[in-house]
Ligand binder design. Sequence first.
Ligand code: HEM
Length: 453
Amino acid sequence: MPSLELDDIQGTVLRRRPDDYQGAYLLYRIDDPAAAKRSLREVLPKITSAADWELPRPFTLNVAFTYRGLARLGVPQESLASFSEEFRAGMAARKEVLGDLGANDPSSWNPPLGGPDVHIGVMIIARSPAELREPVETAGRLAGVSLVYRLDVGVPVTGREHFGFRDGISSPHLLGSTCEPLPGQDSVQPGEFLFGYPDESGAPPKGPVPDALGRNGCYLAFRQMHADVAAFRRFLRDTARSPEDEELIAAKIVGRWRSGAPLALTPDHDDPELGADPMRNNDFHYQDDPQGLRVPRGAHIRRANPRDGLADTVVETRIHRVLRRGAAYGPVLPDGVLEDDGAERGIIFVFLGASLSRQFEFVQQVWLNDGDFAGLGAERDPLVGDNGGTGSHTIPARPVRRRLTGLPRFVTVRGGEYCFLPGLAALEWLTALPDPAGAPAATPHSPNPEDDR
Ligand code: HEM
């Protein structure tokens, strides 16, 4: 059993946020690298490690950097070159792989997302707005940087994500993380998610050099995803035969009832007690449901993590796991409203892992945005895929299957970034870097991060 250096690992990698949460995601541009490093040194003692996450504390704080951010801080060229190609390119440049086309194209993203001005990301999570105020105000006064984007997140009043589902149920368990796996939770080698430990191949993943920078760090991808709740409700109403049927179709789209109860365990009716019980709500497999009679092979959770459902293929699902640490934002669309009110709401999807391409991008490209892997042809994920009015979703059933057609787009990408979430010692290493000689102030639109150094 690998022993994880809990006091060096940023807490969000190994620990979940509270169910009741209020938070702020803050993005900064580095204007003056020397002053920015002094600011980071001040912030360092406030960064929450996995060792002190559980202590009574008013808030947790974690910090990540884009490639441009690392370059601006003066990370040497040799280290910059050791980061993966997709991280260096950035999320916007990976739009073909991610399927970010049409309405999801980076040209329509909220500025400055996807642009050259996003260098540092700070995530602060508290239990109440009162506890959030002080750390956010302090973070707003940091020297050497400009706050370029702020998104407030918080648990919707319903306690569910905006489409109405209990979220944050299933995630892989990291061996060595000191918590016990819940029933049905896969235990995965920590190197799948953290640099410096063996991954499922038995060897540590190739991480950034030097070790002082890479150790206990990982990649982080975040995506602001707008949820068109009114469109989802209208689609259910127009497609279903009754209010009960609406709930069944919603469950067949996600793979769980809105309460969180998995269709795999309760295929015909919801079971809210099961949905709320962490000892039971993730303890299921797909191998006994090869045709998807209970959980359609195209349902969101079966695509995003096919579990043992691909056991008779060559695909090794354990190397494509994603660790999710997202949060919801925006006001709830009141019950029964079927017209969009124009409000911005959705989730900030956060991926953590050792490989952006093998984990996040693979899941997005091969499992969510394509159907071939499951014999579903061109069908995309019915919840988060870019279906744009022409999508379809097959619901196997006896005696005849149902096929939902004319699926609209329920989710639109508002922007996102690839970041690196370093360990705490690596953060100190970053703040001690010599300033690049004559570092100029940021040129907002230089196409190449090296130009900014
Ligand atoms: C607005 C966007 C999204 C919404 C509303 C959403 C919603 C949900 C819900 C309700 C669940 C079931 C609860 C749970 O198991 O935690 C779930 C599970 C999951 N989602 Fe999403 N999701 C979104 C985007 C994504 C994206 C972009 C990815 C990956 C690239 C993803 C990957 C997963 C994974 C891996 C699971 C767990 C599956 C399992 O282990 O059974 N989701 N999502």
